[in-house]
Design a protein around this ligand. Sequence first.
Ligand code: ADP
Ligand code: MG
Length: 704
Amino acid sequence: MDVKNFDVTGLYGVDVFDEEQMRQYLPKSVFDKLEETIRDGKELDQDIADDVAKGMKEWALNKGATHYTHWFSPLTGDTAEKHDSFLNYSEDNKAIMEFSGKELIKGEPDASSFPNGGLRATFEARGYTAWDCKSPAFVINDGSVPVLYIPTAFCSYNGDALDEKTPLLRSSDYLSKEAVRVLRLFGDEKTNRVITYAGPEQEYFLVDIPTFAKRKDLVYTGRTLFGALAPKGQELEDHYFGPIREQVSSFMRDVNEMLWKLGIPAKTEHNEVAPSQHELAVIYGETSVTADQNALVMTVLKKVAKKHGLVCLLSEKPFQGINGSGKHDNWSIAKDDGTNLLKPGKNPKDNLQFLVFLTAVIKGVDEYADLLRESVASYTNDFRLGANEAPPAIISIFLGDELTEVVNSLIDQPQKASGKKGRHLDIGVKSLPSLDRDTTDRNRTSPFAFTGNRFEFRMVGSLQNISEPNTMLNAILGHELELFADEVEKEEDKMAAMQEWIKKNLKEHQRVIFNGDGYSEEWVEEAERRGLPNLKTAVEATDCLLADKNKELLENANILSERELNSRAEIKYSSYAAQVLIDAKTMSHMVHKQYLPSANNYLGKAALEIKNLEAAKIPAPKTTMKNAMNVASLIDECGLALDRLDSLLRKADEHKGRDLAIFCRDKFLPQMRRLREIVDSLELIVAKDCWPVPSYGDLLYHIG
Ligand code: ADP
Ligand code: MG
């Protein structure tokens, strides 16, 4: 491989209209005003828009761009873009490159084809995109045509949010407001804003293009719908952190280069547990920006893979029988001076503040576990959650032994584990033990783990936009802090009130803390005894969006209105059903066109062999006969299962909305599982040269 020398400082951020570029391309006064909005969250002064647009255009033209796009995340799970050129006519009718403030600030895509869950009547089909100046504009320069991308929020004609970003921004503001109120109770008069951070770890698979192209299931759905297990899976645990193969490592290098140019701090890469599975983690950043960056990471992974003759699979469960992919979402909150509010401090006063935030998280996660579960619910993530390799669909919190001990002491529980008798922690009065050593015990089976100075939400799906889980985390914590501030603000003795609040709520919500093995069957039973919800499928999880307590929380916080919630639920039900139906149709297609003809062909060949043997007066071996009979009977079973699936497909349009989603889950999924079982059994018998598609072995063990 031709290795060039990386000049990271020269390279980093060259494709982003970042602070350095803005300084260069904007008048000083405009730059200062824009900085105030970006850094301090001040309202955008619309008068500067023309100057910003001009500077941004000049920069983009210098990078070879002729077009710009308002880039957004509609509720399709993907990003959306429509390219407009800068071309315009001057007053004397000459072609010029122009970009106005109006065009920068607001776009009016004909948005009637985006999911809107009934929010948009046809007569108001217009939607608006609004510039999010906090998330920097960038040029995608992938060797084709460079285009200027402007991150935007997307809403309906009436201002209802139709995207991932809007509720996230609203939730960050809400959490900030309530957290600042709490900080004031601790005498902090300086902090104006509290910021939420996210550090997503992205998992993915790589398969090579020719093999991929032969699998219609991968082509249509991004995951395999059939496939017998390869002789070797992940039993030897030799792939996790194993040596990175050359083709993959050169792919990763190009990914890093493109990401660094885009100002995305790609940091850690390694092989994951399953064969052909990998992970990329970026350095954490402000959540709304990181959410955009993660959407971009997914795009870059796909683009670069193609250049290396590979396809990047982002679906949560592309292969049955080996690990699926998630996106661990590391989440923390900090004051505007950078102080992390989830970091235990050394002195009692700091610890009291830390314990308030910690208790608020514990209380919130217990009360709104269903909402958190909902925030990661998708048809494809259902195949991963609870599949013995990912956290179950039950939400619990891992705190680690030390912090659990502190919690137990606070609620006067005897210290069973440590045997340290009577170590009662009188917070705020006597000194607390220093908690600032690394409390990150490595529990990998918890869906929501405290890792020393942040929480790691591990249920997030690899394919999903991280905005919704972060929105819900912010909403829940904001809500609990609001209740706390309401209660404590009116008390005379604030210290005592805080201590009382911590104690009372830890006692009440302790049931959500679980430090054991989250993948075990015993935990599922134990969780049921504790009364923790176990919402197994995305359909039940989506119902939670409409539960009164959740609606109240999100409406009061101005994060999502009732209309928006109804529309989101409708979109989720219909997307669930649409995905099941695409899977079912793909399966039917593959069985009709590929598996049945191939199996019949194989059987025909076997019959001919037997006939030839008989003609030569050689008795056909029992094994040959048995094999042929097995194939014949599996073909029959397959035909039957296929008939059933086809007849379900004919009935699907008798149902709509949530009813259709339930019909798909309860009727289609069992039938699809059955059909797969039969085809996978056939695959194990039928000769390789008669099998119509690449096997799991071909897909997973190919890259050099
Ligand atoms: P591990 O595999 O041990 O979880 P990684 O290094 O793979 O650790 O990923 C950790 C992720 O957590 C990185 O994206 C990192 O930037 C992020 N992270 C670290 N500190 C914070 C924090 N305070 N807030 C949010 N994310 C953080
Ligand atoms: Mg990791």
